[in-house]
Design a protein around this ligand. Structure first.
Ligand code: NAD
Ligand code: UDP
Length: 339
C-alpha cells in the first residue's frame, strides 16, 4: 500500500463504499493510540485507505493487530517531529500523548510533538493541498473560570506549570492551524476533545477511568486525588470518533474549533462509585494528594457540534463503562498490571 499511497491520488477504488462517502487515502498520526485506533477502524469500515504514522511512544501495535495485513491499511513507524513525505487526501493529526502521566514524562518532547508535529503535518497538508484535522483538547481551557466551556472561552492556563507542555503545546498547535488557514488558505478543522474513555485505553497511563476500573477489578483501593469533588464529563470513544469524522466532512471554510464531548458532568467520587457498583467490587476509596494544576471542573458546551455537525453523544455513561469494564477484564485475564 506504500506505493498505492504514493503513486496516484486519482486511482479508482478497489472496493465498494458504504454511506456514499467517496474513498480517500487518509493519514492518521497517532493511530496506534487509544482514539486513533478506533478512528482507523471506522475509516477502514467506510472503505478508505489508511496510513497510520506513529512512533509508539504511548501507542501499541496491539491496538492495530486486528487489521494487520488488511489491504487498505498500512503502518509507518515515524516521529512527527520530523518532516513526512507521503501522498494522501486527508490528514487527522492525533499524535501526542494524552494522559497527564505520559505527557509529563518527557515534557520537552510533548511540546515538540504538539508544535513541530503540527508544523510538519501542516506543511505536508500545504504541499498536498489537502484537508487536515487537529485533535486539540479541553485542556486549552485550563482550569476554567467559565462553566460549561464553549468554544468562545479563551481559557485559564498556567503557562509555566507541569501541565503547560501539553496545554500550551496544544494551544500553540491551534494557533498554527489558524495561521496556516489565514496565511495560506489551508483547509483546516480543529476539534477540542473532552475526556474520552473506552476499550484500548493504555492500561498504565494513569487516566481516571482506566485506573478506577483496573483497581476495582482487582479489589484494590480506588485512588481519589484530592477530595474527589472535582468534575469531568466523560465521552465514550465511539461517540468521539463519530464527531471527529462529522467535523472532517463539513464544508470548506468551516474550521471550528468545535467541542466534542459528553456534557454529562460528574464528580470523581461519583465516577468511582459507579465503577465499584458495575464491577461488583469490594474496593474502598483511598484519598491521595491532588496533582498540581488539576482543573476543578470541566463540562463541554456542545451547542456548536449539535447545530453544525448534527452530532450529540449517544452512549450513556453506564453503558460505556460496561463496555470498558468488559475490555479491561479480558486484558487483565492475560496480563499483569502494576500501577
Ligand atoms: P494516546 O496516548 O493513546 O495516543 C497518542 C498516540 O500518538 C500514541 O499512539 C503515540 O505513540 C503517538 N505519538 C505520540 N507522540 C508522537 C510523535 N511525536 N510522533 C508520532 N506518534 C506519536 O492518546 P489518545 O487518548 O488516543 O489521544 C489522541 C489525541 O487526542 C491526542 O492528540 C490527544 O491530545 C487528543 N485528546 C485526547 C483526549 C482523551 O480523552 N483521550 C482528550 C483530549 C485530547
Ligand atoms: N484522578 C483521580 N484518580 C486517579 C486518576 C485521576 O482522582 O487515579 C482524577 C484527576 O486528579 C482528575 C480527574 O481524575 O481530577 C481526571 O484525570 P485524568 O488524568 O483522567 O484526565 P485529565 O486530568 O486530563 O482530565
Amino acid at each position: 500500500m506504500a506505493d498505492r499511497l504514493r503513486v496516484s491520488r486519482q486511482r479508482k477504488p478497489l472496493v465498494m463504499f458504504r454511506k456514499s462517502v467517496s474513498p480517500q487515502r487518509i493519514l492518521v498520526t497517532g493511530g496506534a493510540g487509544f482514539v486513533g485506533s478506533h478512528l482507523i477502524d471506522c475509516l477502514i469500515d467506510q472503505g478508505h485507505e489508511v496510513l497510520c504514522v506513529d512512533n509508539l511512544v504511548t501507542g501499541s501495535m496491539r491496538n492495530l493487530e486486528h487489521i494487520h495485513g488488511h489491504p487498505r491499511f498500512m503502518f509507518m513507524h515515524h516521529d512527527i517531529c520530523l518532516p513526512l513525505d507521503v501522498e494522501v487526501d486527508q490528514i487527522y493529526n492525533l499524535a501526542c500523548p494524552a494522559s497527564p502521566i505520559h505527557y509529563q514524562r518527557d515534557p520537552v518532547q510533548t511540546t515538540k510533538t504538539c508544535v513541530l508535529g503540527a508544523i510538519n503535518m501542516l506543511e505536508l497538508a500545504r504541499r498536498l493541498n489537502c484537508r487536515i484535522l487537529q485533535a486539540s483538547t479541553s485542556e486549552v481551557y485550563g482550569d476554567p473560570s467559565v462553566h460549561p466551556q464553549s468554544e468562545s472561552y479563551w481559557g485559564n492556563v498556567n503557562p509555566v506549570g507541569v501541565r503547560s507542555c501539553y496545554d500550551e503545546g496544544k494551544r500553540c498547535a491551534e494557533t498554527l492551524f489558524f495561521d496556516y488557514h489565514r496565511q495560506f488558505g489551508l483547509d483546516i478543522k480543529v476539534v477540542r476533545v473532552f475526556n474520552a474513555y473506552g476499550p484500548r485505553m493504555h492500561l498504565a497511563d494513569g487516566r481516571v477511568v482506566s485506573n478506577f476500573i483496573i483497581q476495582a477489578l482487582q479489589n484494590r483501593a480506588i485512588s481519589i486525588y484530592g477530595d474527589g469533588t472535582q468534575t469531568r464529563s466523560f465521552c465514550f470513544v465511539d461517540d468521539l470518533v463519530a464527531g471527529m469524522m462529522r467535523l472532517m466532512e463539513t464544508e470548506r471554510g468551516f474550521t471550528g474549533p468545535v467541542n466534542i464531548g459528553n456534557p454529562n458532568e460528574l464528580t470523581i467520587i461519583q465516577l468511582a462509585k459507579a465503577i465499584i457498583e458495575l464491577t461488583g467490587s469490594r474496593s474502598e476509596l483511598m484519598y491521595r494528594p491532588l496533582p498540581c494544576d488539576d482543573p476543578s471542573r470541566r463540562k463541554p458546551d456542545i451547542s456548536l457540534a449539535q447545530s453544525k455537525l448534527c452530532w450529540s453523544p449517544s452512549i450513556e455513561l453506564r453503558e460505556g463503562l460496561r463496555r470498558s469494564i468488559e475490555y479491561f477484564r479480558s486484558v487483565l485475564a492475560v496480563e499483569q498490571v502494576v500501577q
